[in-house]
Design a protein around this ligand. Sequence first.
Ligand code: SAM
Length: 213
Amino acid sequence: MRVRHKPWAKSLLRQHSEIVIASPKFYSGEWYEVFGREAPLHVEIGTGKGQFIVGMAKKHPEFDFIGIELHESIIVSALQKCLEANVSNVRLINADARRLTEYFAEDEVDEIYLNFCDPWPKHRHEKRRLTYSTFLAQYEYVLKNQGVVNFKTDNQGLFEYSLESFSNYGFTLRNISLDLHHSDFKENVMTEYEEKFSSKGQRIYRCEAVCND
Ligand code: SAM
């Protein structure tokens, strides 16, 4: 994603510390305190501009959602969507998901969403893919037994790689779709990238990987 610098982003993020959590490590194992209730915890990695997480939060008020996004000039758009939608069940973390296990305790998370993450097609960049084994080890750690990684992409190569990577790691694959928008999956909430790619006629791939630990 091309990142357009927004010099005002940092200050808006700071003004809304009730949504953008500045010290996520502090809440590891105790995110229920932030939300003021004990509800299933769903985490989106690479939230982007927030359309998916806000859509999911509106659709599922019974769950709590946390979005992690690296760039402040991007996550600020997610913050604006949270404010407009006035949702109480979303929090945002402006940080690197490579440090996931610092933000969440073992077995704390019910579901993870990876939506249209960067494919890093060159072999020498394999370790950067969010479905590389070192990331899967972190997902396994924070997910409960039978917790789920929900994965969507438009990139066939990344999808095939990820199916193999999940399977090799010991996740159980289910609900594999090679053309999500022409499948019988009715629960889909579209992301910004998904709208862009599908409007160009590109197919969307989806799967669920279940953690067995
Ligand atoms: N999920 C959104 C969507 O589908 O519209 C955005 C997709 S965009 C291709 C990938 C996003 O992941 C970017 O906003 C990028 O900044 C973020 N990202 C990439 N690596 C990340 C990391 N290690 N930690 C947190 N966010 C990351």
